[in-house]
Design a protein around this ligand. Structure first.
Ligand code: ZN
Length: 139
C-alpha cells in the first residue's frame, strides 16, 4: 500500500465543549468542522495542522467505542489515520492478505465523507490504525 501522509490523529475526549476551546486557545488552531457520525456513536471536531488534522472524538452513548476507551484508559490518543493513495479497499485487501487483523471487512464512510477502514491494534503493535482515502488537499 502507498501511504502519502498522516491524514489525522484521533484523540478521545470526554467533552468537545471543553476540548475545542482548549485546542483553540492553547495552540491557536481553529476548529473548522463538527460532525456527528452516528454509525460510530461519536461526535468529531476537526483542526488543520498543515496537511494533517487533529480529530477530537466524543462518545455519544455509553456503548460508544470512544466512551469505552475513555473508561478503560482515560482521555488520550485513540488512533492514527494514514492517507492511502491507492484506494482504501486495495489497502484493506493487502493488509488482510498479510494476515493483519482488520476491524472492517469493507471500507465504510467516516467523518468528512471519506472512505475509511480500521486495522486492529492487536496486529499493529498496539496502535488502532485507520486507513483513510486521501482527500484532495487544496487548502
Ligand atoms: Zn479517524
Amino acid at each position: 500500500m502507498k501511504i502519502s501522509h498522516i491524514e489525522h490523529v484521533g484523540i478521545a475526549v470526554s467533552s468537545l465543549d471543553d476540548a475545542i476551546p482548549f485546542y483553540e486557545k492553547t495552540f491557536g488552531l481553529k476548529c473548522y468542522a463538527i460532525e456527528e457520525v452516528p454509525d460510530q456513536k461519536v461526535r468529531t471536531a476537526f483542526f488543520k495542522v498543515g496537511a494533517t488534522k487533529i480529530e477530537l472524538l466524543e462518545g455519544t452513548s455509553d456503548d460508544s467505542p470512544i466512551t469505552r476507551f475513555i473508561e478503560k484508559r482515560g482521555e488520550g490518543v485513540n488512533h492514527i489515520a494514514f492517507a492511502v493513495e491507492d484506494g482504501v479497499g486495495n489497502a484493506l485487501n493487502e493488509a488482510d492478505k498479510k494476515g493483519i487483523r482488520t476491524i472492517d471487512k469493507e471500507p465504510r464512510t467516516g467523518a468528512e465523507g471519506l472512505r475509511i477502514a480500521f486495522l486492529h491494534p492487536k496486529s499493529t503493535h498496539g496502535v488502532l490504525t485507520e486507513l483513510c482515502e486521501n482527500p484532495k488537499i487544496t487548502k
